[in-house]
Design a protein around this ligand. Structure first.
Ligand SMILES: Nc1ncnc2c1ncn2[C@@H]1O[C@H](COP(=O)(O)OP(=O)(O)OP(=O)(O)O)[C@@H](O)[C@H]1O
Ligand SMILES: [Mg+2]
Length: 484
């Protein structure tokens, strides 16, 4: 749907503090919501367009899950898909976001932090519009919908055959800063709502569902999900995945917390890392058995090495600290190209895409690791995130994560470096034992992917968390000095 042809597009002043709303086209609902959303959206953690003024909104779909004009204090519930328009040097198509808004005549004090705003005009005039996920009563409506498959407006709710979803579970929104929004129901289920959405099957539904169907027990199996048909037949007719309900692993800690605990008590992590390597090998093996794979040939591996070189050049342009290591790091990519020229190839398959210690969970007292969050790197386009790649890419992500954890150790120094080395080795051995493929058997490939990841981290830390820059720089020095 083009913005200019949309009957439901609105623009607002570039100053977010200015309450005037310049409605350029119709849409009574949007007229109500444009001003409050213009101020609220850029403040959300999941809003991707930070730093560029919000210039307009298009309402792609609106679905009333509960009527918003009920008399008295009954809350209404609106599901919206909106596309943002942002001003900047190059006008971009804009991102599409999923919003769940509660509507009440008056907001109880405990819901005040969830307030989006009070529209000054249109059908929602003077009503309190708020983030519905923080209202357990409204979050419960969503669960009821997921329990009962079917269509509602643009939305379609589906449930896995045989999945048990009890009625009346108490809802609790997770408050941590995340890319998406999650609600825990009765400590038995968790619903993840994707915020920035695009057409196409979402890998965080696709991969766990494929793994569950393959009998892999490493991933909480999706029990229900919901999607929207892309308004006006745009988006190639592919539905947008909006949310996934899965079992909640109550009482679990993530690998990052467990690693820090191990470092804090100067305890060895090798056994846990070995078990983690086994778990990831099981996930990769099941993905390779159920979803398409290919073999990266000489040309593709050489192209990969060139793309890595280019990313290094770009990062070194932006981060002066990286420049002294360019030659050493470049040798890792040259070694990958040399491996390809020597006849080496590489399996490509569907991957986790953003593997690190924060993406694996273990219940207290149990040795079993579960893997979550298969969305890949959220900044990349959905279609890219669904492309097959070498398993070593995921492995390199986890190996880098051990290094990140070790750098959190208060004393740092050689003990933490030894902890990391031992954990990394154990992870690779566990992976090899369960899959038959030892990541260390193709050192050129592993080193190139690890280097590429560390270069990415340098750029990320320099831009967003300069006080963390020393973490990837430690790896950069090691990788640049290594002999291919
Ligand atoms: N099945 C589960 N059982 C228990 N806890 C879970 C489960 N799924 C997610 N969590 C918790 O919720 C948090 C957020 O989940 P997830 O990583 O899927 O969201 P996200 O929005 O993609 O986060 P991020 O911004 O870190 O990528 C996790 O760090 C974990 O603590
Ligand atoms: Mg994520």
């Amino acid at each position: 749907m083009s913005e200019s042809s949309s009957p439901r597009a609105a623009s607002f002043p570039s100053s977010p503090g200015d309450p005037r709303v310049d409605v350029t086209q119709g849409g009574a609902l949007l007229r109500s919501l444009t001003g409050p959303l213009a101020r609220w959206l850029p403040r959300q953690r999941w809003f991707a367009g930070k730093g560029r003024p919000l210039a307009g909104l298009t309402l792609l779909s609106a679905t009333e899950l509960l009527p918003c004009d009920a008399p008295g204090y009954a809350p209404g519930l609106l599901h919206l898909l909106v596309r943002t328009r942002q001003s900047g040097p190059a006008p971009a198509a804009g991102d599409c976001y999923q919003l769940l808004l509660g509507v009440r005549a008056a907001l109880p004090p405990d819901l005040m932090p969830a307030l989006v705003g009070r529209p000054s005009e249109g059908p929602l005039r003077d009503r309190a519009v708020y983030e519905a996920l923080y209202d357990p009563r409204l979050a419960a409506v969503l669960l009821e919908r997921l329990r009962a498959p079917g269509r509602l407006g643009a939305l379609r709710f589906d449930r896995a055959p045989g999945a048990e979803i009890p009625r009346g579970l108490t809802a609790r929104a997770l408050s941590g800063e995340q890319t998406n929004s999650s609600v825990v129901y009765g400590e038995t289920h968790i619903l993840k709502l994707f915020r920035r959405v695009s057409p196409g099957l979402h890998p965080d539904l696709e991969l766990p569902r494929a793994l569950a169907e393959a009998g892999c027990t490493r991933v909480p199996a999706p029990c229900a999900w919901f999607e929207a048909s892309w308004p006006d037949g745009d988006g190639g007719g592919e539905p947008l995945t909006l949310g996934v309900l899965q079992p909640y692993l109550a009482g679990s800690s993530d690998g990052w917390q467990l690693a820090l605990r191990s470092l804090g008590s100067r305890a060895d992590f090798s056994a846990a890392a070995h078990a983690l390597g086994r778990a990831m090998a099981e996930v990769h093996t099941a993905l390779a058995q159920t979803l398409p794979t290919s073999v990266l040939d000489r040309g593709q591996l050489e192209q990969t090495a060139t793309a890595m070189h280019d990313r290094l050049a770009q990062a070194a342009g932006a981060v002066p600290e990286l420049r002294p290591y360019r030659t050493g790091l470049g040798r890792a990519y040259a070694a990958l190209a040399g491996y390809a020229r020597g006849g080496g190839d590489c399996l490509a398959q569907r991957l986790h895409g953003d593997l690190h210690l924060g993406q694996v969970l273990r219940r207290s007292g149990e040795a079993h690791w579960s893997v979550i969050d298969f969305e890949g790197e959220p900044a990349r386009p959905l279609a890219d995130r669904r492309l097959p790649g070498p398993p070593v890419r995921d492995i390199a992500g986890m190996l880098r994560s051990f290094d990140y954890a070790a750098c959190q150790h208060p004393d740092g120094g050689s003990w933490a470096a030894d902890w990391s080395r031992a954990s990394r080795g154990a992870f690779c051995r566990g992976y090899a034992a369960a899959s038959g493929f030892d990541p260390l058997s193709t050192p050129e490939v592993l080193r190139a992917y690890e280097t590429d990841k560390a270069v990415y981290e340098v750029l990320y830390e320099a831009r967003h968390r300069p006080h963390w820059l020393h973490v990837p720089m430690t790896a950069i020095r090691r990788l640049a000095a290594a002999t291919p």
